[in-house]
Design a protein around this ligand. Structure first.
Ligand SMILES: Nc1ncnc2c1ncn2[C@@H]1O[C@H](COP(=O)(O)OP(=O)(O)O)[C@@H](O)[C@H]1O
Ligand SMILES: [Mg+2]
Length: 308
């Protein structure tokens, strides 16, 4: 238990509120407005028993940042923020991970273990990729939401917990309900408050705000301030569809670590093509996205496997 908990507590250290959400586009203003309204209502509420929130959006759109913003800018900010990715471990292990177990509850249960739900007591439990939860576990989660009690695996004792549940998904849960893959009652329970995070491509110029932010962070890390994209590079950034959303953009701009940011333009007017035989870069998953390919052609980055 200690190992897992300390991992989650470490992640918890990455505190970030609404201000971490970069974006001025209309869809982002709408999103931030929704979050601000919700936080405002929560601050004024008499108790800290806050309704569940379901954050929906494609992968890499910033759902986790939204969940963190709700926690760290909300009335439970002094409590823990515990994150669990429902797709990260085999479903037969999820139950003890979440609810804990007693010593000897099953073959590998050598010690008693506190689950993440108990660890989140007084704070927020963030259930990422909640659509991946199997039906058996969905029933247990529903019970948790209804009774606010849990039972460790192998225990008869019910324990009260006080937590706020925020869940996130890139699945169409409504469709999963139709298909019998997700419990209808749980769906409505989780989605008392619904927040939708827009895809990056729909955010227009925010793409540039974010790209400059990641480029500056990259430059800072390597002691190269004042890096810029060329006009052409910016056009390419704006024209690409970004199926992996903000995460794809960030990964792309952080990929060429070894080569360093000299590969990027120092001023919008300078076109700089990497020298032949330079170091190669690899894109996530081995694929070279269209924008990345275009950026490479225009000298912002370097082609995979050297220059053609
Ligand atoms: N609006 C934003 N401003 C700044 N960084 C963002 C924004 N949206 C996403 N990110 C960054 O992009 C990455 C993916 O975000 P994340 O919240 O993990 O996405 P999701 O949970 O939807 O897959 C993270 O590194 C996150 O910090
Ligand atoms: Mg995520």
């Amino acid at each position: 238990m200690e190992r897992t908990l300390s991992f989650y507590q470490e992640r918890e250290a990455q505190k970030s509120g609404v201000q971490a959400l970069i974006g001025e586009s209309a869809p982002m203003q709408y999103l931030k407005g929704t979050i601000a309204q919700l936080l405002d209502a929560e601050r004024r509420a008499a108790n800290t028993d806050l309704p569940p929130v379901l954050v929906e959006g494609e992968t890499g759109t910033g759902k986790e940042l939204v969940a963190r913003a709700l926690h760290f800018d909300g009335p439970r900010s002094k409590g823990p923020f515990i994150e669990f990715n429902c797709a990260s471990i085999p479903s037969n292990l999820v139950e003890s991970e979440l609810f804990g177990h007693e010593k000897g509850a099953f073959t590998d249960a050598k010690d008693r273990r506190v689950g993440l739900v108990e660890a989140a007591d007084g704070g927020t439990l963030f259930l990422d990729e909640v659509g991946e939860m199997d039906l058996l576990l969905q029933a247990k989660l529903l019970k948790l939401l209804e009774d606010r009690t849990i039972r460790r695996v192998g225990s008869v004792k019910e324990r009260k917990v006080d937590l706020r549940v925020i869940s996130a998904t890139n699945c169409n849960l409504e469709q999963m309900v139709q298909q019998g893959k997700f419990r209808r009652d749980l769906f409505f329970r989780l989605r008392i408050i619904s927040i939708k995070v827009p895809r990056l491509y729909a955010r227009g110029e925010d793409i540039l705000l974010l790209a400059r932010h990641f480029l500056a962070a990259h430059g800072k890390r390597y002691g190269k301030p004042n890096l810029h994209f060329s006009d052409q590079a910016e056009e390419l950034l704006l024209s690409y569809s970004w199926p992996g959303n903000v995460r794809e953009l960030r990964n792309m701009l952080e990929t060429d670590r070894a080569a360093g940011p000299e590969r990027y333009h120092r001023s919008p007017s300078v076109e700089r093509v990497p020298e032949p035989g330079g170091r190669s870069t690899h894109y996530p998953g081995g694929a070279t996205p269209r924008a990345a390919a275009g950026l490479q052609r225009h000298g912002v980055d370097e082609p995979s496997g050297g220059r053609a």
